[in-house]
Structures are given as structure tokens and as C-alpha cells.
Design a protein around this ligand. Structure first.
Ligand code: DC
Length: 220
């Protein structure tokens, strides 16, 4: 077993990546990174700076001028933008409706990918996102693609009380040229449409074990 490991969990919006990642982080005693939150924080910071996330040159210049910091906090990370934690503002429609456009800019991805990779220095991580298994950590043997039907994903978002343009985000995220959302080579695809969270977690743990990661027996 390696000293440290990275588990990549990719998939479309509201497919259940965060819920699975949080439970896994607890079970495996490692940190959880929501890379989507970093893309949202960048979008929020660019808007705060008065720049347009849809104008690539202006957005990249504003992003380079921001200080983005991911601070370990319990089993997760707090993202600070110029020292401020945007918290729930990351879920607001102003951010949700612009984040995919910003995420399609190659320079933006370069900057954020470098930051995401640096978080794995010396520690084990579960990282969720869109291109974690394909681009950010392509070498990891522990890759998952968590999916669910569009209806189920929409109703999960509604249950969270969130207004989210997830269908158009998914469309943008999977058709962009750089690092699109796709099933990474060797990823274990899990359709969670008809599964309870515990069943998804059990499926992930079984695959991790098969792929050589020693994990504790599932909790009774
Ligand atoms: O996980 P999320 O829905 O909060 O992600 C918000 C957006 O960030 C998503 O629509 C696309 C972008 N994103 C990305 O391009 N690459 C990632 N690894 C994570 C998120």
C-alpha cells in the first residue's frame, strides 16, 4: 500500500459526488477536496473584482491578481479568496450560471489544476470534480465516475433548495475543448440513480480493495 493515495471522483452536477466523498473521507481518515468549489471561488473572486468571467483575458488577469488559498480544516479544506471565505455565496445563481464558462478557459484550468495538485503534497486525498481522474491525477489507480439520471439529479438539487442551471452546465462541461467531463480511462462507473448512499460507498470501497488499497471493513 502506498504511503499516500489520491482517490478521484468525477461526474456531472448533483450526481452524488460530494456525499460519497465526504463519507469516504471519514472512513479512510483522509482529506476531501471539492474542486468544483475552487472553480466557484475563482468565479466569485473575479466577479468581486468587477471583471467578467465570460471575458477570458479579463478573467485570467483578475484570477492572477487574486490570492486563492485552500486551508486544511478538519477533514476538508476552506477556500479563502483574498483572505475571505465566500461560504454559501459559492452556491448562488450569479456564480453557478458563470462557473462553467470560466472553467472552459485553458489558462484558468492551468492555474487551478496546479493548486489542486499541490494539495496532495504529503497527504492522502479524495478529490471530486470533472477532470480529476483524466487530467489532475491521471496516474492514480483509484478513479470513479459517479453518474445518475438527469431527473434524479434535478430533484436532488431541488431538495437542496438550490437554483442550478445544471443541465446547461453539464452540456458546457462535457463539450469544452480542454479537460472536458468524461469517464477517465480505467474509471469505475457507478450509476447512483437507484442506489442509496451506503450502497455507493460500499461499491467504491470494494473497488478500492480490489485495486489494492487496504481499507477497513465497512461499518456495520
Ligand atoms: O462540482 P460543482 O458543480 O460545484 O462544479 C462547478 C463547476 O466547476 C462545474 O460546472 C465545472 C467546473 N469544474 C471543472 O471544470 N473542473 C473540475 N474539476 C471541477 C469543477
Amino acid at each position: 500500500m502506498p504511503d499516500t493515495f489520491v482517490i478521484a471522483i468525477d461526474g456531472p452536477a448533483a450526481s452524488g459526488k460530494s456525499s460519497v466523498s465526504k463519507v469516504l473521507a471519514r472512513r479512510l481518515h483522509c482529506a476531501h477536496v471539492n474542486s468544483g468549489a475552487l472553480y466557484r471561488a475563482a468565479t466569485w473572486g473575479i466577479l468581486q473584482a468587477g471583471a467578467d468571467p465570460a471575458d477570458p483575458d479579463a478573467a485570467v488577469a483578475a484570477l492572477r491578481a487574486l490570492h486563492l488559498d485552500c486551508r486544511p480544516s478538519g477533514s476538508s479544506f476552506t477556500i479563502l479568496v483574498n483572505g475571505v471565505d465566500p461560504g454559501e455565496q459559492l452556491r448562488e445563481p450569479a456564480v453557478a450560471s458563470r462557473v462553467s464558462t470560466l472553467a472552459s478557459v485553458p489558462e484558468v484550468r492551468e492555474i487551478l489544476t496546479a493548486l489542486l495538485r499541490s494539495l496532495a503534497d504529503g497527504r492522502s486525498l479524495i478529490m471530486e470534480g470533472r477532470d480529476i481522474g483524466s487530467v489532475v491525477f491521471p496516474e492514480t489507480p483509484y478513479k470513479f465516475y459517479i453518474d445518475a439520471s438527469e431527473d434524479v439529479r434535478l430533484s436532488r438539487r431541488r431538495a437542496q433548495g438550490e437554483v442550478d442551471s445544471l443541465v446547461s452546465r453539464d452540456q458546457q462541461d462535457s463539450t469544452r475543448k480542454t479537460a472536458p467531463l468524461k469517464v477517465a480511462a480505467e474509471a469505475h462507473v457507478i450509476d447512483t440513480t437507484a442506489l442509496a448512499l451506503e450502497q455507493v460507498v460500499a461499491a467504491v470501497l470494494a473497488t478500492l480493495q480490489r485495486r489494492g488499497l487496504v481499507v477497513e471493513a465497512p461499518e456495520a
